[in-house]
Design a protein around this ligand. Structure first.
Ligand SMILES: *[C@@H]1O[C@H](CO)[C@@H](O)[C@H](O)[C@H]1NC(C)=O
Ligand SMILES: *[C@@H]1O[C@H](CO)[C@@H](O)[C@H](O)[C@H]1NC(C)=O
Length: 150
């Protein structure tokens, strides 16, 4: 009896924790759609429809992120990029379960990854930018790559 009660409370606690993690109201720094967990993220990059997918990784308390985020915002509604999909991941508020390698290999923020016709190899992306100490340079590189591959 006690044992089942214990398991029941454990289940309630676990359930509460998980629902809290998924329902937290996280703002998007770029205005791009936010991806909150690895399951959902994988459905965005793991595809073969020849679309360019751009994932921007940011986090809390990140001055270089604050430099680049507002510059990226307008890409979402720019008609010359209407064939491109843009997504933001705020790693401070991201549930990386099951563990996703595409997230785990992002070690400095901000970072950007570009995908097209994903292949599950170590370098599944077509471009990975992580010059976090030079956000404006990163923005330039991202812009150039975007225009060449949109
Ligand atoms: C993952 O994110 C999607 C979309 O925001 C949401 O519908 C789903 O409930 C989330 N799943 C988990 C396990 O957090
Ligand atoms: C990440 O989300 C938090 C809110 O939960 C927000 O305070 C922070 O500004 C976000 N970070 C970025 C860089 O968007």
């Amino acid at each position: 009896m006690f044992k089942s009660l214990l398991f029941f409370s454990l289940f309630i606690c676990l359930f509460f924790q998980i629902s809290q993690a998924t329902t937290v109201n996280v703002p998007s720094a770029t205005g791009w759609p936010l991806l909150l967990n690895s399951t959902f993220l994988a459905t965005k990059y793991d595809r073969s429809d020849n679309k360019l997918i751009v994932i921007y990784f940011t986090k809390d308390d990140c001055p270089p992120c604050d430099v680049i985020s507002p510059l990226l915002g307008p890409w979402l509604t720019d008609t010359q990029y209407s064939g491109v999909e843009f997504y933001e991941v705020n790693v401070s508020h991201f549930l990386n379960i099951p563990s996703d390698y595409e997230v785990s290999e992002v070690s400095s923020l901000p970072s950007m990854k570009f995908y097209k016709n994903y292949e599950a190899t170590e370098d599944g992306y077509i471009k990975f930018l992580w010059k976090s100490s030079a956000p404006l340079l990163m923005y330039q590189d991202a812009s150039t790559f975007l225009n060449a591959n949109k």
